[in-house]
Design a protein around this ligand. Structure first.
Ligand SMILES: [Zn+2]
Length: 156
C-alpha cells in the first residue's frame, strides 16, 4: 500500500487551520464584590482549565484597591503538570463575592503577578460548578452546579 504523502500533508494543514479558527479564549462577565466594603465591579474573567487555582493579577488588586490578606504560608505556584510556574510565590489573597448568572459565592482569590488577565477562574472553579461550555461560541451555561453551590467554599 502506498500513502500519498502530499495528500496527507494537506489534510494535516487543513486540520490545523480549523483548530486555529476555533481556538478561542472563553471569558465570563462576573461581578466582584469586596467583602469589607461591599463595593462591586463588573469585569471579564478568563475560564482556564490549565490554571490550578483562582487568581487575580497584583496590578489589578492595586488599581481596584482590594484589601490584601497575607497567607500564613506562601505557596509556590504550580502548573497542571506539577512543575513550578514562573509566577513564583503566592503571598497574598483577596476575599470576594463572585456573582455570575444568579450565583453568589464567597471565596478567596490568590494574587499573582500575571499581567494579561485580571482574573482567571481555573480548574477548581470549573470542576466545582461544572458549567456547560460551548468552546466554539464561548457560551457558558451554569446547568450542572452542585446543590451546595452559592455557599462559602474554598477550592483545595
Ligand atoms: Zn454553581
Amino acid at each position: 500500500m502506498t500513502i500519498n504523502a502530499d495528500a496527507l500533508k494537506s489534510e494535516e494543514t487543513e486540520v490545523r487551520k480549523i483548530a486555529e479558527r476555533t481556538l478561542r479564549e472563553v471569558t465570563v462577565k462576573i461581578g466582584l464584590e469586596r467583602i469589607n466594603t461591599q463595593e462591586g465591579i463588573t469585569m471579564e474573567a478568563l475560564l482556564d482549565s490549565g490554571a490550578t487555582g483562582l487568581v487575580m493579577s497584583s496590578e489589578f488588586t492595586k488599581k481596584q484597591g482590594f484589601k490584601l490578606k497575607k497567607l500564613e504560608r506562601p505557596m509556590q505556584v504550580r502548573n497542571v503538570d506539577r512543575t513550578f510556574n514562573k509566577e513564583g510565590l503566592i503571598e497574598n489573597m483577596v476575599e470576594v463575592n463572585i456573582y455570575y448568572q444568579g450565583h453568589r459565592e464567597r471565596t478567596e482569590i490568590d494574587v499573582i503577578r500575571e499581567q494579561k488577565w485580571k482574573v482567571i477562574l481555573g480548574m477548581p472553579w470549573l470542576a466545582y460548578h461544572n458549567p456547560e461550555i460551548n468552546w466554539r461560541t464561548g457560551e457558558v451555561k451554569m446547568t450542572r452546579c452542585p446543590e451546595e453551590c452559592g455557599k462559602q467554599w474554598r477550592p483545595v
